[in-house]
Design a protein around this ligand. Structure first.
Ligand code: SAH
Length: 220
């Protein structure tokens, strides 16, 4: 049963997914391992069944609780940008949501620590990740803007919601050489930034305009 469900048919089939991958290539995604994950992770199991036929459109879709599953292009772009600069052992993800980004990234790194502030989303994401046989992810229900001190420092940190200013604590929890990918800014004026921690300073690079849900404090 699981095989048929993951493989998909019609609008969730391999052909439909190949079209999405082709589109991402045309938009400049070139990391083959990342494109392979976009092709192989069944995005349709992360959304409501009614939205399944739209799962391989390059668009964000609602997942409940006022949140969205990120657009495939953004997931691919962030994953690619995080991987540039060397292998990643420990990665912190802030904003698990439905767990799609987690599933795309998981086999490309040694371990992911992921935090989400909406409890039912944590439960659902855990189920999906388990279903896919992915075993290198630790989940936490909490406020990710504080990072996850017990497991810091990280080689990479990926933030899937936009703060107005970058939480200092996340930069502190980066290893030297580590990268932090984070959308920064208010609605309609966000920019995706990659911070790279060097010995004596932090390098900042803009990767262009983006649109994410806001990073909120506390939990629900
Ligand atoms: N990564 C998801 C997209 C998640 S949308 C995907 O693959 O599609 C962003 C998520 O960040 C939402 O689920 C939201 O609840 C969560 N979020 C917002 N502020 C947060 C915070 N301070 N700590 C943890 N999660 C947060």
């Amino acid at each position: 049963m699981a095989d048929v469900r993951f493989a998909g048919i019609g609008m969730t089939s391999a052909r439909t997914r190949d079209r999405l991958v082709q589109r991402l290539r045309e938009q400049g995604i070139s990391n083959l391992a990342v494109l392979d994950r976009i092709r192989n992770v069944p995005r349709h199991i992360f959304v409501d069944e009614a939205l399944g036929t739209r799962a391989y459109e390059d668009t964000a879709l609602p997942i409940g609780f006022g949140q969205t599953i990120s657009q495939p292009y953004i997931v691919a772009r962030m994953t690619e940008a995080l991987l540039e600069g060397g292998p990643l052992l420990k990665v912190l993800e802030v904003g698990t949501g439905c767990g799609y980004q987690t599933a795309v990234l998981a086999p490309l790194v040694e371990r992911i620590y992921t935090i989400e502030r909406v409890e039912p989303l944590v439960t659902r994401a855990k189920e999906r990740i388990k279903e896919l046989g992915i075993r290198n992810v630790r989940f936490r229900y909490g406020d990710g803007s504080l990072g996850w001190k017990a497991h810091a420092p990280f080689d990479g940190i990926l933030v899937a919601a936009a703060p107005l200013v970058v939480p200092e604590e996340l930069i502190k929890q980066l290893k030297v050489g580590g990268r932090l990918l984070v959308p920064v800014g208010g609605e309609g004026e966000q920019e995706l930034i990659r911070f790279t921690r060097k010995e004596q300073r932090v390098e900042r690079q803009s990767l262009g305009a983006v649109a994410f849900v806001p990073l909120l404090g506390g939990t629900t």
